[in-house]
Write a protein that binds this ligand. Structure first.
Ligand code: IMP
Length: 343
């Protein structure tokens, strides 16, 4: 066997380059997803029940990103969330659907409640059932909404979705912070390598957008994902634990937390379908972080600085200028803050 070595975020760095950018405000981070779906900041909130409901969708869209309302509830409940977000005047409202059962009825209700983006949200997007569902959804709603689908990890998986007419593809299998897919099933692909592979479909489908999804830990990882070819990133853990994430604040030992869980965790599956089939996620708590706008602002500042280090005024220039190098384990230790004194 001649195995390829595939890299992910912590394996690489971007070389700093000559820059004539005098202020981070000269940098634009805008990303056009399709006609009418323009993001000021290339960040999308994951369709998870501890990440994206009414408050998250509204605030992240106000900020210039996008939220995808999760689908782990009844059609009426999800449609009510979507309608509240679009009543609040939000133009870009994303909503997730599955690929079996009542997904067509769900899609119909979500579109009439105001969803402008439908996301076919499954663990294995390169699958017959996803392809069939996509065919049906494209036929009925393709002219009305932006179609997002995934997740896939490989060029072949992304190509199949592009051929079926999606506008954007969620790329990343097994990299999520709460994900145990690689441990349970032995399958997956390092996420940065997946982005590089899937971005190749743009040779044939230049308008299809790539969403880097799973395992993004900080703004540095966002910059690396965008430099590797992603048009936008999707984040769960980075914005979980904020005021706008669904769920209450948990007080324990003088500290505050909020719940964050994989949708294939035991807790989540028991709550939304009353049984556990394949266990591919974990449930945990994360520190309570306060207002999501502050978290998003911090990420935006980091991304702007990142573009400036690559001498790039926008995401196209970042992709053109980016020079990746590999780092060793000692390079990574050096990259992480490593001051010894604590008090
Ligand atoms: P994070 O940003 O690293 O926390 O990853 C969030 C992403 O993990 C989501 O956008 C999904 O693609 C993925 N995900 C959500 N729940 C699960 C799960 O239970 N198992 C595996 N992946 C999951």
């Amino acid at each position: 066997m001649n195995l390829k070595t595939l890299l992910t975020f912590d394996d690489v760095l971007l070389l700093p380059q000559y820059s004539d950018i005098k202020s981070r405000s000269e940098v634009t981070l805008s990303s056009s997803m399709s006609e009418g779906v323009e993001l000021r900041v290339p960040i999308i909130a994951s369709p998870m029940d501890t990440v994206c409901g009414v408050a998250m969708s509204t605030k992240i869209a106000d900020f210039g990103g996008l939220g995808i309302v999760h689908r782990y509830n009844s059609i009426d409940e999800q449609a009510a969330i979507v309608s509240k977000v679009s009543e609040a005047g939000t133009k870009l409202v994303g909503a997730a659907i599955g690929v079996t059962g009542d997904y067509l009825q769900r899609a119909r209700e979500l579109v009439s409640a105001g969803a402008s983006i439908l996301c076919l949200d499954v663990a294995h997007g390169d699958h017959l059932l996803t392809h069939l569902a996509l065919y049906n959804i494209k036929d009925k709603y393709g002219h009305l909404v932006h179609l997002m689908a995934g997740n896939v990890a490989t060029y072949a998986g992304a190509l199949a979705l592009a051929q079926l007419g999606v506008n954007s593809i969620r790329v990343g299998i097994g990299g999520g912070s709460i994900c145990s897919t690689r441990i349970q099933t032995g399958h997956g692909m390092p996420t940065l390598a997946s982005i590089i592979d899937c971005t190749e479909i743009k040779q044939k489908f230049p308008d299809v957008k790539i969403i880097a999804d799973g395992g993004i830990k900080n703004s540095g990882d966002i910059v690396k994902a965008l430099a590797a070819g992603a048009d936008v990133v999707m984040v769960g853990s980075l914005i979980a634990g904020t005021t706008e994430a669904p769920g209450t604040v948990i007080h324990k030992g003088g500290e505050t937390f909020k719940s964050y869980r994989g949708m294939a965790s035991k807790d989540a599956q028991m709550d939304w379908r009353g049984k556990v089939s394949s266990l591919e996620g974990v449930a945990t708590v994360v520190p309570y972080k306060g207002a999501v706008l502050e978290v998003l602002q911090g990420l935006e500042n980091g991304i702007r600085s990142g573009l400036s280090y690559s001498g790039a005024k926008n995401l196209d220039e970042l992709r053109k200028n980016a020079q990746f190098v590999r780092q060793t384990q000692s390079g990574l230790s050096e990259s992480n803050t490593h001051i010894m004194w604590r008090y």
